[in-house]
Design a protein around this ligand. Structure first.
Ligand code: SF4
Length: 356
């Protein structure tokens, strides 16, 4: 199957400081040389610590930010420099679900008006059919038709996220970027919203770029995972492969931080020393070398290229072949978070209108 989205060498630098002439003298390297692809109906998760560039990557893909370098191809078309009407038409096909649904919903508009707005802007549904379409959208996300008359502040966090998803679905997109869409929710509500996203994705064949910092959540929803560190993708692999055989030391550290639901299971937590370096002055060579327990001189001098370690699994590390195999995870921890999520999903599988 050909790719719906192809990103090649994508970079974004923000100006950090200007001289007295207003010319930039230093910049923040938020995203640097990022490449990946996404098939129709597939979910790719971007994972990493705060400030690793995952949200900026999502916004670049949606053309909400102008890239400094690189190309974005969507459905075979180069959309990197698209403008005007062509860009507006593209926006109908690519939607964003925000982390904070409350901040993204106009508090002065009813939910019905919020959902009707994109239908009107894009001329998708004639006025006489908009009410029915709004009710259909509410039903899709597990809300009641009567909710259309309410305002955003009258809903819980999970319900507001459902409204955000309904608004994204209103224009029948092919691609959704969900930026930390469940991070601000309680774990039980997270499970509901994740299930909803999965169901809707399967039903409508929507491709999903899921941005998160929680690997347990990412595992539940994604087919592939890209791990980002300081603006770079350092490892990308099918989800099962990444959890079974992580190659990059940073990925291993992230995996080791996932809580294990077995009190007696022995896990070796990998504690990374130091903070994430400043993206204004990133380290030379491998950007992870200041915190990597396996760093050698080569790492400090030369940037590692992406190398394929197995089908669909690539890593940017000079030493991935020499590193000891990752310690096997205890049986339950082989599914970090999944057992807990499964229990919660069973418990909270009823429609939201009955549970929230
Ligand atoms: Fe560590 Fe070197 Fe690999 Fe970077 S290239 S992750 S510093 S071993």
């Amino acid at each position: 199957m050909s790719s719906l989205l192809e990103v090649n060498g994508l970079s974004k630098y923000f100006t950090a400081k200007t001289n007295w002439l207003g010319r930039p003298v230093s910049h923040v390297s938020a995203v640097d040389d990022v490449s990946f692809s996404l098939k129709a109906g597939e979910t790719l998760s971007l994972v990493g610590e705060s400030g690793c560039g995952k949200s900026t990557t999502g916004r670049l893909v949606l053309r909400l930010l102008e890239p400094t370098a690189g190309t974005i191809r969507y459905d075979g078309r180069d959309i990197t420099r698209l403008e005007g009407h062509a860009l507006r038409d593209l926006r109908r096909e690519m939607q964003l679900v925000f982390q904070d649904p409350y901040a993204s919903l106009n508090p002065r508009m009813t939910v019905g008006d919020i959902l009707a707005e994109p239908l009107m802007l894009h001329g998708l549904v004639p006025p006489e059919k908009r009410k029915a379409r709004v009710e259909e959208l509410l039903d899709l996300v597990g809300l009641r038709p009567s909710h259309a008359r309410r305002y955003p502040h009258e809903f819980s966090g999970g319900q507001r996220q459902r409204i955000g998803i309904a608004r994204a679905l209103a224009v029948q997109p092919n691609l959704i970027v969900a930026d930390e869409a469940v991070s601000a929710l309680d774990v039980s509500v997270q499970a509901q919203v994740l299930n909803l996203l999965k169901d809707l994705q399967a039903r409508f064949g929507i491709a999903l770029v899921f941005i998160a910092h929680d690997l347990a959540v990412v595992r539940h929803i994604s087919q592939r995972i890209a791990v980002m560190y300081l603006g770079h993708i350092v490892e990308i692999a099918p989800t099962a492969e990444l959890f079974a055989a992580p190659r990059h030391p940073y990925t291993r550290a992230l995996l080791s931080a996932i809580p294990v639901p077995q009190p007696k299971a022995s896990r070796q937590r990998i504690i990374l020393s130091g903070d994430v370096p400043s993206p204004i002055d990133p380290p030379s060579g491998c950007r992870f070398h200041t915190r990597c327990p396996f760093a050698v001189d080569l790492c400090r001098q030369t940037k590692p290229a992406m190398e394929e370690t197995a089908a669909g699994h690539s890593v940017a590390c000079h030493r991935w072949r020499e590193l000891p195999a990752a310690a096997p995870l205890p049986v339950e921890s082989d599914q970090p978070g999944a057992a807990r999520l499964a229990r919660l999903q069973a418990k909270f599988s009823e429609p939201v209108s009955q549970t929230e």
